[in-house]
Design a protein around this ligand. Structure first.
Ligand SMILES: Cc1cc2nc3c(=O)[nH]c(=O)nc-3n(C[C@H](O)[C@H](O)[C@H](O)COP(=O)(O)O)c2cc1C
Length: 238
């Protein structure tokens, strides 16, 4: 599987086969995680990857995390899941990866999130499924939890991913599912073309259509530069 297939085909997996994930495979995934780009202001050795294996043990932790959330949630809003008997924190996974960042690192959370994205892509490319789970975060903030999981002082858990062999295969998301709505999915192109500099806003993933309205520059007319924009291109020269 190439990188593009991994990026576009990855989905969250929430049902797993009853098959353990080998230590070697998890180590390869950690190596992939640690290949993420990093900032020069970050501290060296920014991560601690805490690995938990064993379906039963992980399920037990999930129940504890849920009960902890019920008892300690700051408000019920956003924590309704903790009241749902059918809600599974770790989805029956046989392996759990908790990515912890070094305390005092200005890039601590970012390092872990970039590593987490690599975990999801690497797992998918290697035939595993993963799901990034935020629901255990409250429980992970408890020092007793960190002691139980052997996470040393000086490290903060930022990202939790479950891993395992998938027992279902969700379809890839439609290409425009999130990208076609909201300002977060627009891209502003400023292009040098034979006609001069042009600029405009495009709706990702640029299916030959440029956004107009909502305060954005007028729709482009012909694009000599961006093949993804098809025949639509910026109309504004500047
Ligand atoms: C920060 C974060 C927290 C998440 N927390 C949970 C969670 O607690 N439980 C869960 O089942 N999925 C969780 N997810 C997975 C998202 O629900 C999922 O990525 C999203 O619905 C998009 O689906 P996809 O990953 O299949 O593309 C989380 C994802 C992120 C990035």
């Amino acid at each position: 599987m190439d990188a593009i297939e991994a990026i576009r085909g990855r989905r969250s997996i929430r049902r797993f086969r009853n098959r353990p994930v080998s230590r070697d495979l998890i180590e390869e995934i950690i190596r992939d995680a640690a290949s993420a780009p990093y900032s020069f202001v970050s501290l060296p050795q920014p991560w601690l990857f805490a690995v938990v294996q064993g379906r039963d043990r992980i399920a037990r932790y999930g129940e504890i995390a849920k009960s902890y959330a019920r008892d300690h949630r700051p408000q019920v809003k956003n924590y309704e899941w903790a009241d749902r008997p059918d809600f599974s924190v770790f989805h029956g996974a046989p392996a759990l990866l908790i990515i912890c960042g070094r305390e005092g690192n200005p890039e601590g959370r970012g390092e872990c999130e970039r590593a987490g994205q690599n975990v999801a892509l690497s797992a998918h490319a290697r035939g595993l499924g993963s799901c990034w789970v935020g629901s255990p975060n409250l429980w992970l903030g408890d020092p007793a939890t960190r002691a139980e999981l052997d996470i040393p002082n000086g490290f903060i858990p930022h990202v939790v991913c479950v891993l395992g062999y998938p027992a279902h295969r969700p379809d890839p998301p439609p290409p425009t599912s999130r990208a076609s709505s909201g300002p977060g999915a627009t891209a502003r192109w400023s292009l040098d073309s034979p006609q001069g500099r042009r600029s405009g806003w495009a709706s990702a993933p640029f299916a030959g259509r440029w956004e107009s309205g909502s305060g954005h520059p007028p729709p482009p007319s012909a694009c000599a530069i961006c093949p993804l924009a098809g025949n639509s291109a910026p109309s504004r020269s500047s």
